[in-house]
Ligand binder design. Structure first.
Ligand SMILES: NC(=O)c1ccc[n+]([C@@H]2O[C@H](COP(=O)([O-])OP(=O)(O)OC[C@H]3O[C@@H](n4cnc5c(N)ncnc54)[C@H](O)[C@@H]3O)[C@@H](O)[C@H]2O)c1
Ligand SMILES: O=c1ccn([C@@H]2O[C@H](COP(=O)(O)OP(=O)(O)O[C@H]3O[C@H](CO)[C@@H](O)[C@H](O)[C@H]3O)[C@@H](O)[C@H]2O)c(=O)[nH]1
Length: 506
């Protein structure tokens, strides 16, 4: 078989996933040029230095073997993305901290920004690979963003889902010898050609029988499901640890006894202070949110219990420490060994150590922390950052400004919305709000009255989302039923009046 034409790969996002994954691809595929790009100059500088920005056993050696040969790190995002045949997107997808779905939904701001960038610099067709963990059906929304923002109609984007299953601390081993690689694509000739191209890249070092293929939605959902199942095992054994403590049983003996049953298996059965890391909690909350928006409340509640049990375990640990010290830790010196969320990493995102230290400090303990891979600066920052906020800058001031008059919006806003119906005639004269009504979804809903939206038969979350204004992108309903309803109405034509009439009919 002729190998597909993959000469250059670009990866947007030089973090814990992008850096190691691309380093391993480059090391094993000397015939492909691999460039990792990031907006974070400091991070790229570190990737190009002797002190890499993240600690992973074996990472230094892999980077050293390929860097400067066919592995490069750069801030010149436009150039390298523009030249690539395959673009991996490995940007952060944290939990939203504000707005609709706050504390649950995945924040796709960075993903959408990456998609807009790809679209704006593409003059040749590209395979775009979802490496980040995203909610199911993200590829559909991203496809629209790519299409609508690329000025060259001959450019085609094939989107693949290729979730990453590496665990920090064993990333290089996991990448070098994965249990499986999963590639999701659409069942069209060009979709399958894209799957074959990515398969060809991985087949440089991974046997074909370990490269699984699936449809896009299955691949996206498999990632969230894998993390939910792994975390569920930890919460299950942690719940049993509470029972053991109350009953005199030994949790390690119980875990060993059940783990020897080959149907259960012995991995991920270590009782702990609770799981940490940037993925498990975020991905389960995201799974719950997806279920909620699809009306599956019981399914959402079921998975949410995994997070509830994890919070209980962290709190229980603090209470037991305090209880074991005569119910007061005031001014007592307590040493905490290990601040990262697990060994062999310097990553402190969502580490249970934060909850433990904060819990003890709240009771006036004096905490002394040691971690071989975490800086004191990082520890102090983590101790003073509110939950979920570690990955989010505060946009309230930098993203809001006041206009003196409507005319000021003429040249520098993406889309005007007359929310309170004060300036309709002026707004229309600015950017052709009428033509926008027929091509974008957001203005349709912004223009509709709340009563009309209510009668449009959308689910509550979609209805609420429809009233939430976003500046730079069209609003797409978050559930499939509402999306289909809106798309059907759009396709039926008839201008804004026709659309609204169709949506309001039962
Ligand atoms: N950390 C893990 O172990 C792990 C494992 C599997 C999957 N994942 C998933 O992979 C994704 C990335 O995780 P991570 O831990 O590598 O995150 P990270 O925060 O370490 O790295 C993301 C990088 O993307 C960069 N970025 C954001 N927007 C950008 C843009 N528009 N252009 C260029 N660069 C941009 C950021 O500056 C950052 O350096 C997440 O969706 C995560 O859930 C993570
Ligand atoms: O028996 C166990 C195993 C793990 N943990 C804790 O669970 C957390 C997560 O550990 P681990 O899964 O090893 O590390 P991550 O890097 O978070 O990796 C998970 O999250 C990644 C991001 O999505 C996935 O790619 C990986 O497959 C998945 O294991 C850590 O706090 C561990 O201490 C336990 O408490 N008990």
């Amino acid at each position: 078989m002729t190998p597909p034409q993959v000469k250059k790969i670009a990866c947007i996002g030089a973090g814990y996933v992008g850096g190691p994954t691309m380093a391993v691809i480059a090391k094993n595929s000397p015939d492909i040029e691999v460039v990792v790009v990031d907006i974070n100059e400091e991070r790229i500088k570190a990737w190009n230095s002797e002190a890499l920005p993240i600690y992973e056993p074996g990472l230094d050696e892999v980077v050293r073997a390929a860097r400067g040969r066919n592995l490069f790190f750069s801030t010149d995002t436009k150039k390298h993305v523009g030249e690539a045949d395959i673009v991996f997107v490995s940007v952060n997808t944290p939990t939203k901290t504000t707005g609709i779905g706050a504390g649950k939904a995945a924040d796709l701001t960075y993903w959408e920004g990456a998609a807009r960038l790809i679209a704006s610099v593409s003059t040749s067709s590209k395979i775009v690979v979802e490496k980040s963990t995203v909610p199911v059906k993200t590829a559909e929304a991203i496809g629209k963003v790519l299409k609508r923002n690329c000025s060259d109609p001959t450019v085609n984007f094939e989107i693949l889902s290729n979730p990453e299953f590496l665990a920090e601390g064993t990333a290089i081993e996991d990448l070098q010898k994965p249990d499986r690689v999963l590639i999701g694509g659409v069942d069209t000739p060009s979709g399958q050609a894209a799957v074959a191209a990515l398969k060809w890249v991985y087949n440089h070092w991974i046997p074909v029988e370990r490269i699984l293929t699936a449809n896009l939605w299955s691949a996206e959902l498999a990632k969230l499901t894998a993390n939910a199942f792994l975390a569920q095992r930890i919460s299950s054994i942690n719940s049993i640890s509470a029972l053991c403590e109350a009953s005199g049983a030994n949790v390690q003996q119980v875990a060993h006894a059940i783990g020897t049953d080959s149907r259960i298996g012995n991995k991920f059965l270590s009782a702990s202070v609770g799981f940490g890391g940037s993925c498990f909690q975020k991905d389960i909350l995201n799974l719950c949110y997806v279920c909620e928006t699809l009306g599956l409340r019981e399914v959402a509640d079921y998975w949410h219990a995994v997070v509830t049990m994890n919070d209980y375990q962290k709190q229980r640990f603090v209470e037991r420490v305090i209880g074991s010290m005569f119910n007061t830790v005031s001014n007592k010196k307590i040493a905490i060994f290990g601040f990262a969320f697990k060994k062999d990493t310097g990553d402190t995102r969502e580490t249970p150590a934060i909850d433990v230290c904060k819990g003890l400090v709240r009771d006036n303990a004096k905490v002394a922390v040691y971690d071989p891979k975490v800086t004191s600066e990082q520890i102090f920052r983590d101790m003073s950052t509110p939950k979920f906020e570690w990955d989010r800058p505060d946009y309230s001031r930098s993203h809001t400004r006041l206009l003196d008059n409507v005319e000021q919006a003429r040249n520098d806003v993406t889309q005007p919305f007359d929310v309170s119906r004060w300036c309709t005639s002026l707004a229309c004269s600015i950017k052709g709000i009428d033509s926008c009504l027929t091509s974008l979804l957001t203005p349709l809903f912004e223009a509709a009255s709340f009563r009309l939206r209510q009668s449009a038969g959308l689910h509550v979350p979609c209805r609420l989302a429809s009233s939430h204004m976003r500046w730079a992108s069209p609003w797409i309903p978050s559930c499939r039923r509402c999306t289909e309803r809106v798309e059907l109405a759009l396709r039926s034509g008839g201008g804004p009046a026709g659309l609204l009439a169709r949506l309001s009919s039962p």
